[in-house]
Design a protein around this ligand. Structure first.
Ligand SMILES: Cc1cc2nc3c(=O)[nH]c(=O)nc-3n(C[C@H](O)[C@H](O)[C@H](O)COP(=O)(O)OP(=O)(O)OC[C@H]3O[C@@H](n4cnc5c(N)ncnc54)[C@H](O)[C@@H]3O)c2cc1C
Length: 489
């Protein structure tokens, strides 16, 4: 594009992370909206998704998200992107562990397994069972934190040994500040609809029976049991496949710097690009950039929207990938002579800094050469923001010294450090008040008359990749409705 060039499109999607790319793909495949551009500040698509490979040495690892839950919307997106045969699924029977009192203890994979696990005491299990049935204090009539909700409904042990580490695993978050309603809405709703967690589960099953789902798309693979998934060559295969299908509609190294209302209808977006300044006139815009970037860009349009968007908090997280020889794993951690399982989570009370460790080479094939294990460790988060001032070798050392407390033989040689990536603003926290702040941002845009300007991305839809993809389908439907109305104006 020549400097100062003006382009136009029915829809511009800002940000080519998973949310933006999937919105573009859904617009094109489901709604026939082809006149679109997707613009990305970085020189590669994928946003947080960052797969790295050392093919000569046989290593492939993730420096952002590591896997996704293979829900139907995600599988649909994968199949529509031509990746059906590249999907890889974790073993549904692979155990997950929680570190408790110096030992890695398997986590029950479903509530019915709870009685048989050593992670919790018998009184703790009884408290959880009674609470789930509704024998527990009533809701306080205000928005509860995850900690408050879980302690009240399921007791201290479920909170301390399962949910607190789970919050680290999903949000790298502080459960005393995360909102139950915003962060784990599906579970929160059970108590709302059924008076207790079990009552709500029964009600949800009954409702499902009354409103059966449409038949499942026969193209979708059927994962066995509860598991996680990725692609043969890592998560980046999905954004790369979508971006290559969209071809020249994807504009890399295009940084959005301004947005104004056009004189007639729609918006004018101003970009810094390698070829100089470019402006694009668009009938509709979906912003899937982080909220703190959207806040700055939208400030000239709506101070109220910008203020609300500036309040979401993204703590730092580092992804530290290390490899050890198989012999370095402690004997008591091997199952049939192998390191097996999804990985391990570490409650903050257990004296380790690392939040959790994914057994990448056990989970998916071809991640490490024979005889080696590949471990992806996350460190930092809301309760440990100091990681940003640590060096890469400090972070490797912190992770290695933690792993030697429970998984790695203390006398093992130093690990091979493959990748250290610090995400200074990693994951938006769905804190108490999150949904109100989001509603305030959207209604400020509505009051300002900014029709056709949509907010998307993980702070809107949810942080899990699956939620981002569901959110992308929702955004695409909203834009399609808007463009249909626009055509008749
Ligand atoms: C370390 C880490 C581990 C995670 N682990 C998991 C996991 O295992 N499983 C899981 O389901 N989820 C995981 N998540 C969460 C998940 O990765 C994210 O929620 C998801 O990738 C967010 O996608 P997105 O498209 O909404 O945002 P992003 O990926 O942040 O994409 C936004 C894009 O907007 C671009 N952008 C920013 N400013 C501008 C601008 N001015 N102009 C144009 N473009 C701009 C950015 O460069 C970026 O590419 C993890 C996240 C992190 C950080």
């Amino acid at each position: 594009a020549a400097p100062g060039v003006r382009l136009s499109a029915d829809c511009v999607i800002v940000g080519a992370g998973i949310s933006g790319l999937c919105t573009a793909q859904a617009l094109a495949t489901r709604y026939g909206v082809g006149d679109l551009l997707i613009t990305e500040a970085r020189d590669r698509p994928g946003g947080n998704i960052t797969t790295v490979e050392r093919p000569d040495e046989g290593y492939l690892w993730e420096e952002g998200p590591n896997s996704f839950q293979p829900s139907d919307p995600v599988l649909t997106m994968a199949v529509d992107s031509g990746l059906k045969d590249d999907l890889v699924f974790g073993d549904p029977n692979a155990p997950r562990f929680v570190l408790w009192e110096g030992k890695l203890r398997p986590v029950p994979s479903k509530p019915g397994d709870l009685p048989f696990f050593s992670l919790m005491s018998i009184p703790g299990k009884l408290r959880a069972g009674l609470g789930a049935l509704g024998i527990r204090p009533p809701p306080p009539g205000r928005e509860e934190s995850v900690e408050e909700f879980v302690r009240r409904n399921l007791g201290a042990e479920v909170f301390e040994r399962l949910i607190e580490p789970f919050c680290s695993g999903v949000y790298a978050g502080d459960p005393s500040k995360l909102s139950m309603k915003a962060a784990f809405g599906k579970v929160w709703r059970l108590e709302e609809i059924g008076g207790s967690i079990i009552g709500g589960t029964i009600k949800a099953i009954q409702d499902k029976g009354k409103n059966p789902k449409p038949p499942r798309d026969p193209r979708l693979p059927a994962p066995k049991g509860q598991t996680v998934a990725s692609f043969r060559k890592g998560l980046a295969m999905l954004p790369n496949a979508i971006a290559s299908r969209l071809g020249s509609k994807v504009k890399l190294s295009w940084k959005l710097t301004s947005i104004t209302k056009a004189d007639n209808q729609g918006y004018v977006l101003g970009y810094e690009t390698p070829e100089g300044l470019v402006s694009v006139q668009a009938k509709s815009v979906i912003m899937t950039i982080p909220s703190y970037v959207a806040s700055d860009i939208l400030r000239p349009l709506s101070i109220d929207a910008a203020d609300a968007l500036s309040k979401f908090y993204y703590p730092p997280v580092a992804a530290v990938t290390v490899s050890y020889p198989k012999e370095a794993i402690r004997k008591e951690c091997l199952i049939d002579g192998e390191l097996q399982g999804f990985g391990q989570l570490h409650p903050r009370s257990q004296g380790v800094e690392t939040l959790g460790t994914i057994y990448s080479s056990s989970l998916f094939p071809n991640r490490a050469p024979a005889g080696r294990v590949l471990l992806l460790n996350y460190i930092g988060g809301s309760t440990n923001t100091g990681i940003v001032s640590k060096t890469e070798s400090d972070l490797v050392e912190a992770v290695d010294s933690d792993l030697r407390k429970m998984l790695i033989n203390p006398r093992a040689a130093d690990p091979l450090a493959l990748g250290v990536r610090v995400w200074p603003q990693a994951i938006p926290q769905f804190l108490i008040g999150h949904l109100d702040r989001l509603a305030a941002a959207k209604s400020a845009l509505g009051r300002g008359g900014y029709d056709g300007l949509f907010l998307g991305g993980n702070y809107v839809a949810g942080v899990a990749l699956g939620r981002c993809i569901e959110g992308a389908y929702e955004s695409a439907s909203q834009v399609s409705d808007f463009l249909t109305k626009y055509a008749y104006k």
